[in-house]
Each structure stands twice: as structure tokens, then as C-alpha cells.
Design a protein around this ligand. Structure first.
Ligand code: V47
Length: 397
């Protein structure tokens, strides 16, 4: 009887290849192949460090940023991502509310902040903010992310009422609000210390602090781009005080303008040292600069390679940060999906009505559906996990 021909490359069920052939069939992503690849890219010593769980130096970070081999850098970051987060990739149902864009800092990279007299200036009353929350009560939102500018006139009581008002409408929601820059401003308004102010804000409903306002800590960059803003050292001080008061916080870095690679690494190093002390940071979010409508509009948008490198180097360098977020609003959902293989384990969330990046020319949508987030994660080969703000898993898909 004629034997049925087996299609090329496929074996009958149950049969095994001889060992030599099995080795030839190894997929190209196996460590054996990749080790050679990483050695050839000149990053072999960093691979050894990463495998041994050794901390990377600033010099290592510089070599990673300067490497032309994005796949090698990504592969290294993926080792750390997998060690820390397995195959999980997180997202959250959240809503962004920007209560006011009036700002006295008027940073050169920002298209959102406006002078009080500008035609584009706005501020929401506590009732307006409560309405925004009410409008989405039928959606399973677990986090409200709320930030604004440094407003010259709003009293301290307004901020406490904002928090209380949101909790009145949606009692179980987690409010992640007010960057460290705003917290320092609120303490000034209250005439109290940072710690005491944070206790009052917590009492009113504050759950955690978002990572904005960090920009690049370098005094050189701050002088050239955001001279009036809270200095970088004080941003870190506020974060550490928040951690001491039981509040988790996030951290960002706004890259892709006039900062040098060394200034990026000094920023990451300062965060890593702060995290060694307190362990209070939850996640790091690299923010890609959007130049449109800013005073730095002569700059080009960042490239995909630089976006991926910032995520990968952050994952490798910030060995004490549990999570790295690929913020789809800034780098686009498609690249954010790819970033899940370059060190990121989180896509942020549904967002709903992002304003800050869109004022600066973002071409992404202002919101994304949870089904799309799940699909993006699944197709990247990761397991979608709906999380709350503190990374407790609410549902897996
Ligand atoms: O503080 C301002 C930055 C931040 C521009 O904590 C710009 O999970 C790019 O911090 N191009 C606000 N960036 C956004 C932010 C954030 C977003 C998502 C999640 C979290 C989190 C935090 O955006 C500002 C500033 O650093 N920014 N202007 C611009 N033109």
C-alpha cells in the first residue's frame, strides 16, 4: 500500500526528531542563537550581567542607548520583563480629567498649560468635574487620573473638594491625582508641610500620585525648558515623602527634545536611587516629546527606535521598578504593542479624553476600547490582565 506522503517539515503525530535535527529546528529566538547574536552586537558582557541579575552602570546604559542593534537591546530588556512579570501585560479602565490648564509655569515643551488671560484657558468647577465622572458611571472605570496646571488663584479647599466630589459620585474609584509639582504647590497654598498636606489629601480621597512633572531632572534642561517649575531634586523629595506616607507614586521622563543621553541616564539613576530608599514607585513611563503648538515646535517627533530604546533601557536600568508602561497615547497603540517585547508590561488604559498630548499634536485617539487593548496584548503573545491602579489583577483574559 502506498504510504501517505508527509508534508515537508511536518512529522507524523507522536514521532520525535533525532537530537541533531531537533537542534537544527530550534526557533531563532532560543538563547543559543541569541547569545551569539548579542555577543556579536558587542553587548555580551551586559547579557552576562542581566542573566546574573547584576545592576547596570551608567556606562552600560550609555552603550545600550548608543547601540545600533535594537533587537539586541530589546532581547536584553525582555529577559528582565519576563523575570519580573512573566507573560502578563496589564491594562486599566481609567478616565483622565484635566480640571484646568491655567498654569504659571508655562514650560516651553507644553502645549497644554495656558496663561490665565489666554482665550484657550479653562477651569472646571467641582460640579463640572463631578459631571464628567457621572457621564461615565455606566463604564467599569476603576481609576480617575486627574492633573492640571499650577493655577495662580484656585484655593486649597478647591482641590480637597475635587477629591471629595469625585468620591461622592463614584465612591469606589481610585483617584490618582496631582503630580509632585502640584502637590508642592498645594502644600504652599495650605501653608503646611508636604507630609501634612498629603495626609489631608488622602483623607479627602487621594489614592496615589501620577508620574508627571518629572521632565528631565537635569538643572541644565530645566533652565532651558521649564525654569519656573519645581526643581528635579524637589520632585524626588515630594515622591519620597509620599512613599513615607503610604502613597504609591509613578515616575516619568519626557525625552526626545534637547536632552543628552547622559542626562537621560542621570534621570534614571536618580529614580533608581530614590527607589532603593523607599520602594514606593509603581511604574516608570517614558513620555515621547510632541512638539506641535509648543515653544519647541522646531523639533521633530521621536522615532520608533528611540521610543523602543527608552522603554528597553528603562526596563534594564530601573531594576527596582516593578513595571514599565508603554503609554499608547504618546507612542501609538501599534508601537506600544511592539514595546511589550522590548521591556514594557503595561499599556496604561482606556484613558478617555486625553488632552495634554493632543494639544501638542498627538495623532492617536483620545480613548481606546478595552477590547482593543486586550487584542493588542494577545497578539503580542502576552496574557491580558485588567489591573487596578496598584497592579492588583481584577480579571485576566
Ligand atoms: O507632566 C507635557 C508631559 C506629562 C508634553 O503616571 C508632554 O501613569 C510629551 O505624566 N509632549 C503628563 N509630553 C502625562 C503624564 C502621564 C501620562 C500617563 C500616565 C501617567 C502615569 C502619567 O506629560 C506632563 C509632562 O511631563 N508633557 N507636554 C509634550 N508636548
Amino acid at each position: 500500500m502506498a504510504q501517505k506522503r508527509q508534508p515537508r517539515g511536518r512529522l507524523p503525530a507522536g514521532s520525535r526528531l533525532p537530537a541533531s535535527a531537533r537542534q537544527r529546528q530550534l526557533p531563532s529566538s532560543t538563547p543559543l542563537f541569541m547569545d551569539t547574536f548579542i555577543q556579536n552586537s558587542g553587548l555580551g558582557d551586559i547579557l552576562d550581567k542581566v542573566r546574573a541579575g547584576e545592576r547596570l552602570s551608567i556606562d552600560d546604559g550609555r552603550r545600550l542607548f548608543e547601540s545600533a542593534d535594537i533587537l539586541a537591546v530589546g532581547y536584553l530588556a525582555n529577559i528582565v520583563r519576563e523575570r519580573l512579570n512573566g507573560n502578563r501585560a496589564y491594562f486599566i479602565y481609567n478616565q483622565h480629567i484635566n480640571y484646568s490648564n491655567v498654569c504659571t509655569n508655562l514650560c516651553k515643551f507644553c502645549a497644554f498649560g495656558k496663561d490665565r488671560d489666554s482665550e484657550l484657558a479653562y477651569e472646571m468647577s467641582v460640579e463640572d468635574v463631578k459631571d464628567k465622572v457621572r457621564q461615565r458611571l455606566d463604564e467599569p472605570i476603576t481609576e480617575i487620573h486627574m492633573v492640571g496646571g499650577i493655577h495662580p488663584d484656585l484655593p486649597y479647599s478647591y482641590y480637597l473638594e475635587l477629591l471629595r466630589g469625585i468620591k461622592e459620585v463614584r465612591p469606589r474609584v481610585h483617584i490618582q491625582a496631582f503630580t509632585c509639582v502640584e502637590i508642592a504647590h498645594l502644600a504652599g497654598l495650605a501653608g503646611k508641610g508636604i507630609g501634612e498636606t498629603l495626609e489631608e489629601l488622602k483623607e479627602a480621597g487621594l489614592g496615589s500620585i501620577p508620574g508627571g512633572g518629572a521632565e528631565v531632572f537635569s538643572p541644565r534642561i530645566r533652565k532651558l525648558t521649564c525654569e519656573k517649575k519645581l526643581p528635579g531634586v524637589d520632585w524626588i523629595k515630594v515622591s519620597k515623602i509620599a512613599h513615607q506616607h503610604g502613597l504609591r507614586t509613578n515616575a516619568t521622563m519626557l525625552y526626545g527634545h534637547i536632552e543628552t543621553i547622559d542626562e537621560r541616564l542621570e534621570h534614571l539613576d536618580a529614580l533608581r536611587r530614590a527607589q532603593d530608599e523607599t520602594g514606593g514607585f509603581l511604574t516608570f513611563i517614558p513620555l515621547s516629546f510632541h512638539p506641535k503648538n509648543t515653544e519647541m515646535s522646531e523639533h521633530s517627533r521621536t522615532t520608533g527606535i528611540d521610543d523602543l530604546k527608552n522603554i528597553a533601557v528603562a526596563r534594564l536600568f530601573l531594576d527596582n521598578f516593578p513595571h514599565i508602561k508603554a503609554y499608547w497615547v504618546m507612542i501609538g497603540p501599534k508601537l506600544a504593542q511592539v514595546a511589550l517585547s522590548f521591556g514594557a508590561d503595561d499599556l496604561d488604559g482606556t484613558v478617555k479624553e486625553e488632552v495634554i498630548t493632543h494639544m501638542a499634536g498627538a495623532e492617536t485617539d483620545q480613548a481606546i476600547g478595552h477590547k482593543t487593548l486586550i487584542r493588542l496584548i494577545r497578539e503580542a503573545g502576552r496574557r491580558p490582565m485588567e489591573r487596578d491602579t496598584l497592579y492588583n489583577v481584577l480579571q485576566s483574559f
